[in-house]
Design a protein around this ligand. Structure first.
Ligand code: HCA
Ligand code: CU
Length: 392
């Protein structure tokens, strides 16, 4: 399977609602849905209509917006939930039930055989009611479930011939790429269904696990904007897109409107009252900054020397920092050119040494360096060159 044939199921309006600060109003949900649709997310997963009267109403509203994204809702493995969900006109239903011994014992109390029987009853019933709906069956806590039992559940469901997709969920964020590859690869070999991966980020593998799932044959990946969700969330949309871009730039550029990512993230960040982390994929404030002189020189010659992602594809720009002791004369010269100041290479080299000496004594700003550049360009380059006002 080519890594190009995958779909994003963005769950900001379901898993993302489980983020501690998320309390989306109906109007905010519609704005998020539209922004994700414009970005190009193929599916949006919304909170169960059983969660609250407002959740039911918002599901109906968003289903009727006429978006390109297909609208899914997430329900327990119950006929009652399914009946309410189907009545909203959604494009698909994501059914989930826990299979780990912990969830069997402390959550729903069912044995593996009981899970298989219940899944058969509910899934067959849904298919009979809605022959064209996209039907997904997922096991919660798949990666802490006994592998033989897990497979028994999936194969029994596959055999029913009524579901489109089997979901795997790393509910507590403990899976590794190798484990995800093994389980998804097994499902790929033994079933004909599409395969979805939903991965939490508790131990930092959510993007790598999503990628491993795709390499092993998964077709659908769950994301949320900024990765928000229960605890510290799931695979972030931006991080997954960055990962896919580095694998196939042209395809990713064609598939998603990448310049929409930052406004989308800023909107959701504001709604849930968080800042975008400094080291966020693509949109963190330092994602396209370059500092060391050696990096700056190469970046000025050819940006792909030190950039796997082209900021312009995401509607962003790079920044080369020069006001510090690691600076290099090529970057200082580029700044002089930007300011249209005429300085010889020897002058720029000498000034660069001067900047390094000053930076050893105190933190400099770009204004300080610009002041020095102007000062030197005006012919005031005495060895003890006084700093312009405010710099010394
Ligand atoms: C949860 C459920 C879930 C479901 C994932 C899925 C998980 O714990 O809230 O439907 O595949 O992480 O297991 O989000
Ligand atoms: Cu989850």
């Amino acid at each position: 399977m080519s890594l190009n044939q995958y779909f994003i199921i963005d769950s900001t309006l379901r898993e993302g609602e489980q983020f501690i600060n998320a309390q989306f109003s109906s109007e905010q949900k519609v704005r998020i849905a539209r922004a994700l649709d414009e970005f190009g997310a193929e599916y949006l997963e919304l909170t169960s209509p059983m969660a609250s009267p407002g959740s039911l109403e918002d599901l109906r509203t968003i289903t009727q917006l006429g978006l390109n994204s297909r609208i899914l809702t997430h329900i327990r493995c119950h006929k009652d939930d399914a009946a309410v969900a189907l009545d909203t006109g959604v494009d698909g239903v994501d059914v989930v039930i826990g299979t780990s011994s912990r969830l069997r014992q402390f959550s729903h109390g069912k044995s593996i055989d009981e899970i298989i029987d219940l899944a058969a009853e509910v899934l067959t019933w849904i298919r009979a009611q809605a022959p064209r709906i996209e039907l997904r069956f997922s096991t919660e806590d798949s990666f802490r479930s006994d592998e033989a039992e897990l497979l028994r559940v999936y194969l029994a469901v596959d055999k029913l011939g009524v579901v489109n997709r089997l979901g795997t969920a790393d509910t507590v964020g403990i899976a590794t790429p190798t484990q995800v590859g093994r389980i998804v690869g097994t499902l790929r070999r033994l079933t004909k269904c599409d395969i979805e991966f939903h991965g939490h980020n508790d131990s930092g593998c959510a993007i790598a696990n999503a990628y491993a799932a795709l390499e092993a044959g998964a077709t659908h990946i769950d994301t949320t904007v900024l990765g928000i969700g229960e605890r510290n969330g799931i695979t972030p949309l931006g991080g997954l897109v960055a990962r896919m871009y580095t694998s196939d730039r042209e395809h990713t550029r064609g598939k998603y409107r990448l310049e929409r990512l930052r406004p989308l993230e800023m909107m959701v960040a504001e709604m849930v009252g968080v800042d975008i982390p400094f080291n966020n994929y693509v949109t963190g404030f330092s994602a396209f900054t370059h500092k060391a002189g050696i990096h700056a020189k190469a970046i000025l010659n050819s940006p792909d020397t030190y950039e796997a992602l082209d900021p312009h594809d995401f509607g962003l720009t790079r920044y080369i920092s020069i006001a510090h002791r690691l600076t290099g004369w090529n970057a200082v010269k580029a700044r002089a050119d930007q300011l249209d100041l005429k300085l010889s290479d020897d002058q720029v080299k000498a000034l660069t040494q001067h900047i390094k000496t000053l930076a050893d004594e105190r933190a400099l700003t770009l204004d300080d360096v610009d002041g020095l550049l102007r000062h030197w360009a005006n012919g005031n380059e005495a060895v003890e060159s006084p700093l312009p006002a405010g710099v010394a």
